[in-house]
Design a protein around this ligand. Structure first.
Ligand SMILES: [Zn+2]
Length: 604
C-alpha cells in the first residue's frame, strides 16, 4: 500500500492504483481498529457521487463490521450531512467517502472521531495500523437511515428569511451540493437558477472547486444574464462555498467572513471569531471594530474546528470557502448552510450584496500563489524567512511566516499536503504591494542560490567592465523572471542589461534581452507591452539577420502575442516565417507548433 495516501487531513489517492478493493479493505479494517482502540462501537458512513464510491462503501462496511463496528449507513450525501449525523445520531464517529473537488479518478476518506475531524498524528496512527496488519476482530451490523430529509428540514427551520425575494444562481459543478441546497433554498422562497445540479462523477462542465476563478465563469455569466442578486457555488462534496455578487465579482472567503461576522456579532457582541492566516488584515480589523475578538489560526478545516472547540469561537472561516457557524448551528463546515445564512442576510436588506462590504478600506492583495518547493526543504525555507524578517519586522508564525510591513503584510507558508510554498500578499496601495512582494521574493531567490548572481553583478559594476555587467545582469534577470514575486525586479534588471548591450553596440544580445522583457510582460498579462518588445526585438533581428534558433524564436513570440490580441493576418504571416526558420534549423517542436497555428488561422 502506498503510504502517501495517509495525508494531513484525510486518506486520499487515485482509484485503481493507490485505492483498490484490496487497499480499501485494509484501510477499512485499520479505521475499524482505530475506532475500537478509541472506545467507539458505532459510526456513520456516507459517500459522494463518484463512480468508485458505492463500491468503496460496501468494502468499508465489510471491513468495519469485521472489527465489530456497527454502521449507520446514510447513503449518497454531501459531506456536511455526514457531519450532521454525528450530532443527530448516537454514533461515536463517522467516515465520509469523497474525493471532494479532486479529479474523477481520485477518491478518499474523511474520518471523524466523535464530532472532530481527524488530522495529522491520528491519520498516521491509522496508517501504522494498516501497515502492521493487526486488526480488531468482531461482528458488526449495518442499519440504513435517511438523514437527508431531516437535515434539510433542520436548516430550513434555523433560517428565517426576510421579505426581499432573491434571485439566486447556484452552481453545484455536478458535485453533491444541489442535493441539499436546491430543496432547501427553494423552500426558503428563493427564485433559483440552477447550473449543473445533477451529480455526475465525470464533472463534464467544470471542476467543482470554487477557489479557482476559471470554475466560477459559468456562474458569473449566469448571474449577469439573469440579473441575479447572488451566485453561489459549491465544491464537490459541498463543504466549501464560493460566492459572486450581483455584478459578477467574486467574494473570497475573507470578504464573506466580514459579512457573516458583522451579523453574528449582533447576537454575540464580544464573540471570538477565527480567520485563517491567509485572510486579509481588514477581516481581523473589522471583527475588532465591531466588538468581536479576532483570532488568527492555522489553515485546514480540521485544525480550525479543533480551535473553535478550544476557544468557544462562534464563527470561523477560510479563504478556501470552508465556513463554520457555531452560533445557531453545530460549528462544522457546511456550504449549504453558509449559503442559507448569506441568503438570510440578503433577504432582510434592500441593499445589493456589493454594498454590504463597500465600507471596507480598499486594499490590494494577491490571490494565493503557489511556488514549488521540495517537501524536505519547504519547512526550512519558512523558518529562514521567519528568522530573517523577525530582525526588524513583526512576524506571526502560527502557520508559516506572516510578516508585517509598514503598509501591508506577506505570508510564506509550507503546504501541508503538497511540495509547495503558499504565498499571499496585501497592502494599502498597488505600489506598496509590489514592494512587499519583491522584498520577500528577493529573499526567497537568495535562499534558492541567487546570491552569487547578485555578487557577480556587483563585482562587474565595480570593475567597470560593461560587457561583463550586461552578462551578469542578464543571468540574474533570467532567474528573477520565473517566480511571480520578482518579475518587476526582472524587468529592471533586463532593462539595464539592454541599455548596456545597446551602448556596446551588440544588437543581437540587445534583441535577445528585449524579447525576454516581452516574455515577462506576457507573464504579467500586459499583452500590448509584450507585443511592443517582441516587435522591437524582431526588427533588430531582421536588420542583423542570423539564421539561428534565436531568430526563429524572435519571430515566434510576436506571432503568439498577435494571435492572442486578435491580429490574425499579422500573426499568420509571422507563423509562416517562424515555420520556415524552424525548418532551417531543424527544430521539430517549432515546426509542429507553427504548422498547427497556420492551420488554425486558415480556418474561420
Ligand atoms: Zn470539499
Amino acid at each position: 500500500m502506498d503510504p502517501k495516501i495517509f495525508r494531513e487531513y484525510d486518506i486520499r489517492g487515485i482509484v485503481g492504483t493507490q485505492l483498490t478493493e484490496e487497499t480499501v479493505s485494509l484501510i477499512s479494517r485499520a479505521i475499524g481498529t482505530f475506532f475500537v482502540r478509541h472506545g467507539v462501537g458505532k459510526v456513520a458512513l456516507g459517500y459522494d457521487a463518484r463512480a468508485s464510491s458505492p463500491g468503496f462503501s460496501r468494502g468499508m462496511c465489510d471491513g468495519l463490521n469485521s472489527c465489530g463496528i456497527d454502521i449507520v449507513l446514510i447513503g449518497r450525501v454531501p459531506t456536511p450531512v455526514l457531519y450532521y449525523t454525528l450530532y443527530s445520531r448516537d454514533v461515536g464517529g463517522g467516515i465520509m467517502i469523497t474525493g471532494s473537488h479532486n479529479p474523477p479518478d481520485h477518491n478518499g476518506f474523511k474520518i471523524c472521531l466523535g464530532t472532530q475531524a481527524l488530522f495529522g498524528e491520528q491519520i498516521r496512527e491509522i496508517g501504522n495500523i494498516a501497515a502492521s496488519g493487526e486488526f480488531a476482530d468482531g461482528i458488526g451490523g449495518v442499519e440504513s437511515e435517511d438523514v437527508l430529509a431531516q437535515y434539510c428540514d433542520e436548516i430550513r427551520a434555523r433560517i428565517s428569511t426576510g421579505d426581499r425575494r432573491l434571485k439566486v444562481v447556484i452552481d453545484s459543478g455536478n458535485g453533491m451540493g444541489a442535493v441539499t441546497a436546491v430543496p432547501v433554498y427553494k423552500d426558503l422562497g428563493m427564485d433559483l437558477v440552477e447550473l449543473y445540479s445533477e451529480p455526475d462523477p465525470n464533472f463534464p462542465h467544470h471542476h467543482p472547486d470554487p477557489t479557482v476563478e476559471e470554475n466560477l465563469q459559468d456562474l458569473i455569466s449566469a448571474v449577469r444574464e439573469h440579473k441575479a442578486d447572488v451566485g453561489i457555488a459549491f465544491d464537490g462534496d459541498a463543504d466549501r462555498i464560493g460566492v459572486v455578487n450581483e455584478n459578477g465579482r467574486i467574494l473570497w472567503g475573507d470578504e464573506l467572513m466580514v459579512i457573516y461576522s458583522r451579523e453574528v456579532l449582533k447576537d454575540y457582541p464580544d464573540a471570538t471569531i477565527i480567520g485563517e492566516v491567509k485572510c486579509s488584515q481588514t477581516l481581523f480589523d473589522d471583527i475588532a471594530a465591531h466588538g468581536g475578538k479576532p483570532l488568527m489560526w492555522k489553515a485546514g478545516h480540521s485544525l480550525i474546528k479543533a480551535k473553535m472547540k478550544e476557544t468557544g469561537a462562534v464563527l470561523a472561516g477560510e479563504m478556501s470557502g470552508h465556513m463554520f457557524f457555531a452560533d445557531r448551528f453545530y460549528g462544522f463546515d457546511d456550504a449549504c448552510y453558509a449559503g442559507a445564512r448569506l441568503l438570510e442576510i440578503l433577504s432582510k436588506t434592500e441593499r445589493p450584496l456589493s454594498q454590504l462590504t463597500a465600507d471596507l478600506p480598499k486594499t490590494y492583495s494577491t490571490p494565493e500563489m503557489r511556488m514549488e518547493c521540495p517537501d524536505e526543504r519547504k519547512f526550512n525555507v519558512v523558518s529562514a524567512v521567519a528568522e530573517h524578517f523577525s530582525n526588524d519586522h513583526d512576524v506571526i508564525t502560527i502557520d508559516g511566516a506572516r510578516i508585517k510591513f509598514e503598509h501591508g503584510w506577506g505570508l510564506v507558508r509550507a503546504s501541508n499536503t503538497q511540495a509547495l510554498l503558499v504565498l499571499r500578499f496585501e497592502a494599502d496601495t498597488a505600489e506598496h504591494l509590489e514592494e512587499i512582494e519583491e522584498v520577500v521574493g528577493n529573499f526567497l531567490l537568495d535562499l534558492n542560490g541567487a546570491v552569487p548572481l547578485r555578487e557577480a553583478v556587483e563585482a562587474a559594476r565595480k570593475s567597470g567592465d560593461k560587457l561583463a555587467l550586461a552578462d551578469a545582469l542578464t543571468a540574474l534577470a533570467n532567474v528573477e523572471r520565473r517566480p511571480p514575486l520578482t518579475r518587476a525586479a526582472a524587468l529592471r534588471t533586463y532593462s539595464e542589461a539592454a541599455q548596456l548591450f545597446h551602448e556596446l553596440d551588440r544588437p543581437l544580445d540587445e534583441a535577445w534581452v528585449l524579447r525576454h522583457i516581452g516574455i515577462v510582460y506576457e507573464y504579467l498579462e500586459r499583452l500590448e507591452l509584450a507585443e511592443e518588445y517582441y516587435d522591437r526585438a524582431l526588427a533588430m533581428y531582421r536588420q542583423h539577420s542570423e539564421d539561428d534558433l534565436n531568430y526563429a524564436n524572435a519571430v515566434r513570440y510576436p506571432a503568439v502575442i498577435k494571435e492572442r490580441l486578435g491580429k490574425r493576418d499579422e500573426s499568420a504571416a509571422l507563423w509562416q516565417e517562424a515555420h520556415d526558420r524552424y525548418r532551417q534549423c531543424g527544430i521539430e517542436a517549432g515546426i509542429k507548433e507553427s504548422a498547427t497555428h497556420i492551420e488554425a488561422l486558415k480556418k474561420i
